[in-house]
Design a binder for this molecule. Structure first.
Ligand code: SF4
Ligand code: SF4
Length: 297
């Protein structure tokens, strides 16, 4: 049925609009089977209903885009005004040296980490370690791909701006909510840890990860997500976690390569987390601001 294929290709259609030949072609091709099975008049009715439905969906997507653009404009103006009030040349601040960035906020509650979630994390690790053993046996030699991943991680860490950790701490892990009980861990990361710790048996590797699990963590977030941030050391975190740069981290990384280097960064916190901040239907007011000087990071 058209609905099923529609959801599979929805994004392509949304980004092109209703007049797109791809949409017409899609409707025509999906309808051809139907045409064979129906008489001419019921086919026309079917075709027209489906076209109207697609047109309506595209209109709704366009409307949503406009609402979001409007919301972002308002937010940008609020950000500028908040920054200008705080970074005032009359108070001795040269705005060129004190840029601002906007970070999301994790507003979940800290709760006791349930045993059930700990067990699910244990299961994830057990399965990954099992897969590594069946694929590689006891061999802990790194392949070229492993070495490439290692050098990529080193590069990421070397290019980190001193303000990045601060941003994550102010935001309190606004992107970690989707880490659940898998923490994005993949065989590559566990194998990296295994080869860096050849003295540890597979079951000790599993214990090493489990040992970091906190007693308390953010509700419905990654099991490793605590009040003080991620409990896993960088080299035990997944490639996804190590690679991910949200918009403000990207901005901070660029600032770190520019001249003049910032003397400080003015952080503006907004109410929503990283995954909801671009939803035009939720409130994303400013909930805080903080100037961090370069010598404090
Ligand atoms: S990466 Fe971005 S969204 Fe995630 S904790 Fe850091 S500042 Fe927040
Ligand atoms: S492992 Fe750490 S960085 Fe990754 S999602 Fe979980 S808390 Fe966030």
């Amino acid at each position: 049925m058209i609905e099923n294929v529609w959801s599979a290709v929805g994004l392509h259609i949304f980004s092109h609009g209703v007049q797109n030949p791809y949409v017409s072609e899609l409707i025509a091709s999906l309808s051809s089977t139907k045409k064979k099975q129906s008489n001419e008049s019921s086919y026309k009715q079917y075709f027209s209903l489906q076209s109207a439905q697609i047109k309506r969906t595209v209109e709704l997507v366009e409307l949503r885009k406009k609402r979001l653009a409007l919301k972002k404009d308002t937010e940008n103006n609020e950000n500028l005004s908040c920054w200008r009030k705080a970074i005032n040349p009359d108070d001795g601040y040269d705005p060129e040296y004190y840029p601002y960035t906007v970070v999301p906020t994790n507003s979940k509650k800290i709760t006791k980490l349930p045993q059930e979630r700990k067990s699910l994390f244990h299961k994830t690790l057990y399965r990954l370690i099992g897969d590594i053993l069946s694929e590689r046996g006891e061999n802990k030699e790194k392949t070229k791909e492993d070495q490439y991943e290692d050098s990529r991680l080193n590069e990421i860490l070397e290019n980190e701006s001193p303000f990045e950790a601060k941003a994550c701490s102010i935001c309190s892990g606004g992107c970690c909510g989707i880490g659940e009980e898998h923490a994005f861990l993949k065989k590559e990361t566990i194998f990296h840890y295994m080869s860096e710790h050849p003295d540890q048996t597979p079951s000790q590797v599993l214990t090493s990860y489990m040992k970091y699990l906190p007693e308390e963590s953010f509700e419905d977030s990654c099991v490793n997500h605590t009040k003080t941030g991620c409990v896993l050391p960088r080299d035990m975190r997944s490639h996804v976690c190590n690679d991910y740069l949200c918009d403000p981290l990207n901005q901070l990384r660029k600032l770190n390569t520019q001249t003049p280097l910032p003397k400080g960064v003015f952080f503006i916190s907004r109410a929503q987390n990283n995954w909801k901040k671009d939803d035009p239907d939720v409130d994303n007011s400013i909930v805080g601001s903080l100037l961090i000087l370069n010598d404090q990071v």
